[in-house]
Design a binder for this molecule. Structure first.
Ligand SMILES: CC(C)(COP(=O)(O)OP(=O)(O)OC[C@H]1O[C@@H](n2cnc3c(N)ncnc32)[C@H](O)[C@@H]1OP(=O)(O)O)[C@@H](O)C(=O)NCCC(=O)NCCS
Length: 384
């Protein structure tokens, strides 16, 4: 079966969450993604402490369907091979700190001379220009400055501390937007033959992903102030503790859900306190069912060991088991979006360090056996 990005080759110079997520999205839609690491391994292989078959859980999660190539880009031969590969590639993605690729002589201005059709995506905390461009960044940095961290805390208590978002949306959001921009740039290139530079800043993206900012520009009020002021009527929603110590989330926000809540609580003017009392008299799964059966949007708040066994995810084919050469069988989420003609697909586990170096250099660049040996001896490439 044809995949949407079957004919696209991506040189993946990324490391750490945002970049690997972006290129994995492309790989799950069929692109050939070659993860280029230094022979000593990229920082995200080991960055999370515990390892499984030599790599962190995030590395396993974020590098499915990719090939592994090692090139020492500080060695002239490593750089030469990289430039040869670039001529045969459609996209380059990197998320190093701004200036790092330029220091290697691999900035966009250099590389477009070699391949003018190249789509070059540079992801960073603050973008390739602007007063903060030189700052290093991780997801919580962009989340903090775009307002998400304070807003998450405000959701619990506006007078309490800010709360860090749990799973790096400051990476996964910008990484997804980068993948979207790359696909748009491919479409443009296919029509015009012209490549382009894509500058993705976590701070920009997380700002765009925050509607509360437009709310502030319109009202001059913080989100919790706006909500306090405008939450009239009988809308009731939020997190509720249950009898067994669990939690449910309920959002009776639409007119029909409010009517349903009125019937359930036996009141024409339901309040959060009434809902708390009613919900608190039931166990979590029981009340979740009662609310859902009453056509009110509600969910049990799962711990992750419950998410992995949820029957709905199973019915929607959301788990795939891949075989990793050293970690064994690993169950990972499937490509999450269902496409009727060209479904995404997961075919392989994250690569071992240098797993495909020989195959890539031999098949794509015609490097001969003696040269491979010499390159390894000189440490221009890793084990091949
Ligand atoms: C994540 C981050 C903070 C890590 O910082 P860092 O470890 O100092 O990494 P940098 O990107 O600055 O530099 C990478 C280094 O590896 C080197 N490198 C990368 N690939 C290489 C290769 N294949 N061969 C040889 N060297 C390589 C680079 O040349 C650079 O070397 P230098 O420090 O001598 O210039 C930084 O990369 C960053 O801010 N990235 C943008 C934001 C981001 O994506 N954050 C992560 C998401 S949470």
């Amino acid at each position: 079966m044809k995949m949407p990005l079957d004919d696209i080759r991506v040189l993946d110079m990324t490391h750490v969450w945002m970049g690997p997520w972006c290129t994995m999205m492309l790989a799950e839609m069929g692109a050939e993604v070659i993860r280029v690491e230094p022979p000593w391994g990229a920082i995200d292989r080991l960055s999370e402490g515990m390892t499984f078959g030599g790599a962190s859980f995030t590395f396993h999660h974020l590098n499915l369907n990719k090939k592994g190539l090692t090139l020492n880009l500080k060695h002239p031969e490593g750089k030469r091979l990289f430039k040869e590969l670039l001529k045969k590639s459609d996209v380059l993605v990197q998320n190093m700190s701004p200036g790092s690729m330029e220091k290697l002589g691999l900035g966009y201005d250099e590389l477009k001379k070699i391949n003018p059709k190249i789509i070059y995506a540079a992801m960073s905390g603050f973008g390739q220009y602007g007063p903060y461009t030189r700052r290093n960044s991780y997801a919580p940095i962009a989340e903090a400055m775009s307002g998400h961290t304070r807003l998450t805390g405000d959701g619990v208590d506006p007078n309490g501390p800010p709360i860090e978002m749990a799973m790096a949306y400051g990476d996964l959001g910008p990484g997804t937007l980068a993948a979207m921009a790359i696909i748009a740039a491919l479409r443009y290139r296919d029509h015009t033959g012209i490549g382009q530079m894509i500058d993705v800043a976590q701070f920009d993206c997380m700002t765009a992903l925050n509607p509360a900012l437009t709310g502030f520009n319109l009202s001059g009020m913080l989100l919790h102030e706006m909500r306090k002021k405008s939450r009239g009527g009988s809308n009731v929603g939020g997190m509720f503790k249950t009898k067994d110590g669990g939690y449910v989330f309920m959002g009776a926000w639409s007119p029909s859900a409010v009517e349903n809540l009125k019937k359930l609580l036996g009141s024409d003017e339901p309040t959060k306190e009434m809902a708390s009392q009613y919900i608190g008299d039931h166990n979590r799964d029981e009340i979740a069912k009662i609310l859902i059966d009453a056509d009110i949007a509600a969910a049990p708040v799962y711990q992750i060991n419950e998410t992995v066994v949820d029957p709905h995810l199973k019915a929607r084919d959301m788990w795939v088991t891949v075989e990793h050469p050293t970690a064994g069988k690993i169950t990972v989420p499937n490509f999450p979006v269902k496409m009727s003609e060209t479904p995404g697909r997961i075919t392989s586990a994250a690569p071992l360090l240098s797993q495909n170096t020989r195959e890539i250099l031999t098949n794509l660049l015609g490097v001969k056996e003696e040269e491979l040996t010499k390159l390894m001896e000189e440490q221009a490439i890793g084990d091949a």
